[in-house]
Design a protein around this ligand. Structure first.
Ligand code: TRP
Length: 366
């Protein structure tokens, strides 16, 4: 559980602005469960980032509040296990806000303006000239989230890379000025390329609630089937005999992300693996409906146990809130220890520093 004498610790999370979809699952939640089961990590912290969600939803607290329980249910039903991973809510850890305030001194406005994720989101939200300050500085608060838990490992999707880079800069700068109090984290990206960025069912680059192109983890079996059967494929593959394009074809990207050879054995023994299926599709003579039916079977196979676990937790919602409360209490203790280290390093621990009081007393007696 140690690397170079450091304990391996995970911190990651999601903004509660909607239910989680299969893009979240493929890109990160599934991996977290594998990491949780690997036994390689001393501690795993999974955060519902409500404070960050409020940075661009300040006028809609109810949306954030409603989605906290949705995301928690999604986590638990995917197999995140509160006895192995600490699930908590960001806003319940005031230490994170305090750390953010001190880290702000280590980051320039122009550095934030250059952060590609922030730049992109400002464009997407049409903020341009009216960017909320809280939103603008959220990369700094994200650095607080990560460092508060002395995380060594941050498993996230590719879009979060600039955030981790910004965190590493803050850590280096803090440690340089104040002494080694913080841990520089490493990012852990999905190892399957298709999982990195699952497109929407309409073929658009990203699944997004506003585009109405997501398959949600909490969708019913029938919803999933309908969505898969309506998926965008190769627009030039009009007749079954036509050669088809697998590159950039959402149906094949999803298969790339989810199907295993045993799915072929169980559901479509005509092919041994995805390569054979792709070869047939590329050659021509394979209709989209057949491929979609197979994708539906693969997805249902993956989602059925998730759906079943969700049903169980839905019967006991107060218990889910209790899990989050206990997780938040534990997370708070850890963050408080880091904040104490940070304040000592920054020399703002006046009342904890007996030596300071004594030496000042002497100075004024002399
Ligand atoms: N920015 C992440 C998202 O958009 C959520 C998040 C907040 C996060 N703080 C984090 C992720 C720290 C990893 C580490 O969902």
């Amino acid at each position: 559980m140690e690397e170079n004498g450091r304990k391996k610790i995970i911190l990651t999370g999601d903004r509660p602005t909607g239910r989680l979809h299969v893009g979240h699952y493929a890109g990160s939640v599934k991996r977290r469960v594998e990491l949780q089961e690997s036994g390689e990590f001393e501690d795993i912290f999974i955060m519902i980032a409500d404070a960050q969600a409020l940075t661009d939803n300040a006028d809609n607290p109810e949306k954030v509040r409603q989605n906290i329980i949705e995301v928690a249910l999604d986590y638990l039903s995917c197999g995140l296990d509160p006895s192995k991973s600490t699930l908590f809510i960001q806003s319940q850890i005031p230490e994170l806000t305090e750390l953010t305030f001190y880290y702000m001194n280590l980051v320039t406005v122009s550095r934030l303006q250059r952060n590609p994720t922030v730049k992109n989101e400002i464009k997407m939200r049409n903020f341009e000239t009216s960017i909320p300050v809280g939103f603008f500085v959220y990369p700094i608060s994200q650095a607080a989230d990560i460092t508060a838990f002395k995380a060594t490992t941050v498993p996230v999707g590719e879009d979060q890379l600039p955030m981790i880079e910004q965190t590493r800069e803050i850590v280096r700068s803090f440690n340089h000025i104040y002494g080694e109090a913080l841990v520089e984290p490493d990012v852990l990206l999905p190892d399957n390329k298709a999982c990195m960025r699952l497109p929407g069912i309409d073929g658009k680059a990203k699944m997004s609630k506003s585009l109405n192109n997501c398959i949600y983890l909490s969708d019913t079996e029938e919803d999933v089937r309908k969505k898969v059967m309506s998926m965008f494929t190769d627009p030039n593959h009009l007749k079954v005999e036509d050669p088809g394009e697998v590159e950039g074809n959402p149906v094949f990207i999803y298969l790339e992300a989810f199907c295993r050879d045993d799915h072929f054995q169980r559901f479509w023994p005509e092919y041994e693996n995805l390569d054979q299926l792709k070869a047939h599709y590329t050659r021509g003579g394979l209709g989209d409906v057949k491929v979609k039916k197979f994708l539906n079977q693969v997805l249902q196979d993956e989602l059925a146990p998730i759906r079943a676990r969700r049903k169980e937790y839905e019967k006991n919602i107060p218990e889910v809130y209790r899990i989050l409360q206990e997780g938040s209490q534990k997370a708070r203790k850890v963050a408080a220890r880091t904040l104490a280290d940070v304040k000592a390093a920054m020399k703002i621990d006046y009342f904890e520093d007996e030596e300071l009081i004594q030496s000042q007393a002497q100075r004024f007696q002399a």
